[in-house]
Design a protein around this ligand. Structure first.
Ligand code: FAD
Length: 307
């Protein structure tokens, strides 16, 4: 068995692997897609000490760093079940294999919910964005739209309003669902237009980049088009925990509940990164959380090896 078995090979899993391996203990990483979300990212400008890089380049650097240590990387393998046991914890794979760990670190990440309208896929990273903390500055002085009037959408609109020229917030329901204090703040901003009861129908572009957004006024059925340069989709971040339902404590959003040490509700099982209840989903935060989880797993091992 592994001393530390890590499920997920994004920034959190890579950091956990390096921290575990540096303790000289048997470490394995199983990942559906080593690199994780950064593989889908273009510019990364907020990983501290690296002024500017690109997602695929960052993912290669993660893999190189992990490979500098004695770590078993099992890529293109999907975990389907977690089976806690007395001494060993099992991870069942889609290919029928079973891996065992004295401790397990879950770092399966999350994915942004898509609006699924024409133009979204075509203009991803060409005006269509999902992370205001990441991509907001790329739209400095430009016009953008935020799709979604929940807390994340309204927070994004407030954040972006300080950077961009103008924000159009589009909400499907008749009212914004965000907390009242956020809605009040949003309404106080001079460069924000709020459109409710509106269904986004298309993200338009010139073949190269986004040039506008179309929505249907749900009361009149009329289609409106707003010319702009960017669209932030803010209709939810979905944690990759479908395979864990019923085995350990999840929040109402499906995130793995952890404490400050990355401990989950199952002894010996830790979690890190976007898949957890950690506030703010960012690379630098996932990397720190991966280190925390690995150190906690090591601590668990030295405390349980006596019996
Ligand atoms: P992930 O990166 O999601 O990695 C999860 C890993 O788990 C992957 O290897 C995946 O294949 C694997 N996995 C999932 N399910 C299973 C399973 N059942 N079995 C086995 N393996 C599984 N953050 C920034 O800080 N700066 C940015 O500029 C930035 N830009 C972004 C741009 C885009 C387009 C996106 C989508 C995200 C961006 N982010 C950015 C967010 C950042 O990518 C995430 O916060 C970070 O990748 C989270 O790391 P993670 O390791 O927790 O999860």
């Amino acid at each position: 068995p592994y001393d530390v078995l890590i499920v997920g090979g994004g920034p959190a899993g890579a950091a956990a692997a390096i921290y575990a391996a540096r303790k000289g203990i048997r470490t394995g990483v199983v990942a559906e897609r080593f690199g994780g979300q950064v593989l889908d990212t273009l510019a990364i400008e907020n990983f501290i000490s690296v002024q500017e890089t690109e997602g695929p380049q960052f993912a290669t650097a993660l893999e190189q760093h992990v490979k500098a240590y004695d770590v078993d990387i099992m890529n293109v393998q999907r975990a389907e079940a977690l089976v806690p046991g007395d001494k060993l914890i099992e991870v069942k794979l889609a290919n029928g294999g079973v891996l065992k760990g004295k401790t397990v670190i879950l770092s399966t990440g999350a994915r942004w919910r898509n609006v699924n309208v024409p133009g979204e896929q075509e203009y991803k990273n060409k005006g269509v964005a999902y992370c205001p903390h990441c991509d907001g500055p790329l739209f400095k002085g430009k016009r953008v739209s935020v799709i979604g009037g929940g807390n994340s959408g309204v927070e994004a609109a407030i954040d972006l309003a300080g950077i961009v020229a103008h924000v159009t917030l589009i909400e499907f329901a008749a009212e914004l669902k965000a907390d009242a204090v956020l809605v009040r703040k949003l309404k106080s901003l001079p460069n924000v237009t709020i459109v409710t009861s509106a269904q986004t129908t298309e993200i338009t572009g010139d073949g190269q980049r986004v040039n506008g957004i179309s929505y249907k006024e749900r009361e009149t059925g009329e289609i409106k088009h707003v010319p702009l340069e960017g669209v932030f989709v803010q209709i939810g971040l979905v944690p990759n925990t479908e395979w864990l339902k019923g085995t350990l404590a999840l929040s109402k959003h499906g995130e793995i509940e952890i404490d400050a040490k990355g401990q989950t509700s199952i002894p010996g099982v830790f979690a890190a990164g976007d898949v957890t209840t950690v506030p703010y989903k960012q690379i630098v935060i996932a990397v720190g959380a991966g280190a925390t989880a690995a150190l906690s797993a090591f601590d668990h091992l030295i405390r349980s090896s006596a019996d």
